[in-house]
Design a protein around this ligand. Structure first.
Ligand code: HAM
Length: 424
């Protein structure tokens, strides 16, 4: 029986993997400029971390986690997101004790959610994310928002929309929560089963329900922005002020609630506005989570971050027709004629590789014409022909594939010649 990869996963094959590498390089460079350092955490964690961190009442924890018991009887979960793990590591390794704060971290890695697979929604996907822990300065919120936008702009994307909201602090959220309960309770029986539960556990999540989105009570639901206390309102105003100062456009959406429970104050998503992008237009999301470090057992520490998935980023690049400048050319292909030349060719290829050039040769004993065809297919910039005569004379016949020009060059000087023309 032929074996296929599990539903909702995909293989990244050569031809596409170069794009992934290029995107990673751009995001690493962005992290360097914003002064965020890489953190790598395990792919699996104790299940309890996500129950406490992401929140028991979220869809992620209730329906989407890959949870299993390991051989020691512990409940283990493949991470569905990166923030809880980063915060766990921040607490465990006492990064809050380091002299330089806030602690600014970035990460790449596969995340796992048992969702219904569709375009842009996978069961294994790769997130890039950043987290800034240890400052409650609205300028940090603005920095994270700017970083999120630049992640796309640096790759050439233009049709972007930054959607912003404030969820307020604990006091504001409680006042809003009560208003939501009062508003939706008379309609309880008309809401879906999930929302009936949400009404008790986390009424804010009702606003994010796909089933009930057309219920008339949705449109008239009380907005969080009307319930922000003075501190939360001023905080939000400062974030917007910084964004304005940086000329960053945004749209306020008081109904933006995120799918994870840890957020307060700033919450945001970046959407693609490219035509033909598909049904799911959210490219990335994030926000502030001032209570999470404490929830996970650390000292009260504010935090904010965001994450994007490379899969959706690639979809946006495709929808906007952006070609990434990925180099897919060989510096040189060595064509061999005759048995004697074989050993010299192996030696030459090895030497050129040691000197940093990207070089290949034929391993299928093809005829010379077919070797040239292979060189063409591999987009080799130069072809070196080695035959018995060339070996005797200690030379190689170097052909420039773009101009067709041919030169005989001594084997000693070949690498210098190839390096000379590499940058052309
Ligand atoms: P999230 O909104 O759950 O937030 O995910 C962030 C991004 O990951 C989404 O906007 C989307 O691009 C991508 N994503 C999520 N699920 C899938 C999927 N099934 N397939 C493909 N891409 C997906 C978080 O994960 C938070 N940890 C973000 C954050 C960091 N908040 C603060 N710091």
């Amino acid at each position: 029986m032929a074996m296929n990869a599990p539903r909702g996963t995909q293989d990244i094959l050569p031809g596409t993997s170069e794009k992934w590498q290029y995107i990673e390089e751009v995001l690493r460079d962005l992290s360097r400029r914003f002064h965020y350092k890489e953190i790598r955490t395990p792919i699996f964690e104790h299940t309890e971390l996500f129950q406490r961190g992401v929140g028991d009442s979220t869809d992620i924890v209730q329906k989407e986690m890959y949870t299993f018991e390991d051989r020691g009887g512990r409940s283990i979960t493949l991470r569905p997101e990166g923030t809880a793990s980063v915060v766990r590591s921040f607490v465990q390794n006492k990064l809050h004790g380091l002299a330089n704060q806030p602690t600014k971290l970035f990460y790449f890695g596969p995340m796992f959610r048992y969702e219904r697979p569709q375009q842009g929604r996978y069961r294994q996907f790769v997130q890039f994310g950043i987290e800034a822990l240890g400052s409650e300065d609205p300028a940090v919120d603005a920095e994270v928002l700017s970083f999120a936008l630049k992640s796309y702009q640096d790759l050439g994307l233009k049709s972007l929309k930054l959607v912003l909201n404030s969820l307020g602090d604990q006091e504001s959220r409680e006042a809003h929560r009560q208003a939501l309960v009062d508003h939706f309770s008379p309609h309880k029986e008309e809401l879906c089963e999930d929302c009936q539960l949400r009404l008790e556990q986390n009424p804010l999540r009702i606003l994010d329900c796909k089933k009930d989105k057309d219920h008339p009570a949705m449109g008239t639901a009380p907005s969080i922005l009307e319930y922000l206390n003075e501190y939360s309102k001023t905080y939000f105003d400062k974030v917007k002020h910084y964004l304005d100062a940086m000329d960053i456009d945004y749209v306020i959406d008081p109904n933006l609630v995120r799918g994870l429970d840890y957020y307060n104050h700033t919450a945001f998503e970046i959407m693609s506005e490219a035509e033909g992008f598909g049904a799911i237009t959210t490219l990335s999301g994030g926000g502030r989570y001032n209570g999470l470090v404490e929830d996970i057992g650390g000292p009260a520490t504010p935090g904010i971050g965001f994450a994007l998935s490379i899969e959706r980023l690639l979809m946006a690049l495709e929808a906007e027709g952006v070609e990434l400048p990925v180099e897919n050319q060989l510096d040189c292909y060595v064509v061999v004629m005759g048995e004697k030349a074989e050993v010299e060719a192996v030696k030459l290829v090895d030497k050129l590789r040691s000197e940093g050039l990207q070089v290949d040769k034929d391993y299928l004993h093809k005829k010379v014409k077919a070797q040239f065809k292979a060189a063409d297919r591999l987009k080799a910039k130069k072809v070196i022909v080695l035959g018995d005569r060339e070996i005797e004379e200690g030379i190689g016949n170097v052909k420039d594939m773009a101009s067709g020009e041919q030169k005989e060059i001594s084997l000693e000087d070949i690498s210098a010649e190839l390096k000379d023309t590499k940058g052309e």
